[in-house]
Design a protein around this ligand. Structure first.
Ligand code: NI
Length: 138
């Protein structure tokens, strides 16, 4: 485990009360864990803004009966094959499919891929989860 350092933080009482209520709802056992996660979240955002190598997951929901849509998604994924580490396909019911595409690369390229998939006509849901390779994050 990494070295732990204790430090004091001064906050307005009202802000701390709100924060404590918020982290209780999120099931955090301690403020330390909650603050650590906030810091990491910010560092990850910074990696994306600065164009570092990042990882992410693109989640799509669509109806596979629309064959032209399935073909279009496959074409887009092949065009960005260098970014795609793996993908998982789940048959949600007779019609709906959930696809999770795990990506690694430059944020701009990943955004372009996510946007191309999301904006494909017939996609019911598309979202990009921004994550980190973990290398620059303690
Ligand atoms: Ni399916």
């Amino acid at each position: 485990m990494a070295d732990l350092v204790r430090f004091g933080v001064s906050l307005e009482k009202e802000l701390l009360t709100k924060f404590d209520k918020h982290i209780k709802e999120k099931n955090y056992a301690t403020r330390s864990k909650a603050i650590g996660d906030l810091i990491r979240e910010n560092l990850i955002k910074k990696e994306w803004v600065e164009g570092k190598e990042v990882v992410g997951a693109i989640t799509l929901v669509y109806n596979h009966h629309r064959r032209e849509l399935v073909n279009r998604l496959t074409d887009v994924e092949h065009n960005f094959h260098q970014l795609i580490i793996s993908s998982q396909h789940v048959h949600l019911d007779e019609a709906n499919c959930l696809e999770i595409v795990v990506v690694k690369g430059k944020p701009k390229e990943i955004d372009k891929l996510a946007q191309s998939l999301k904006s494909t006509k017939g996609v019911k849901h598309g979202s990009l989860t921004m994550a980190t390779t973990g290398k620059g994050i303690a």
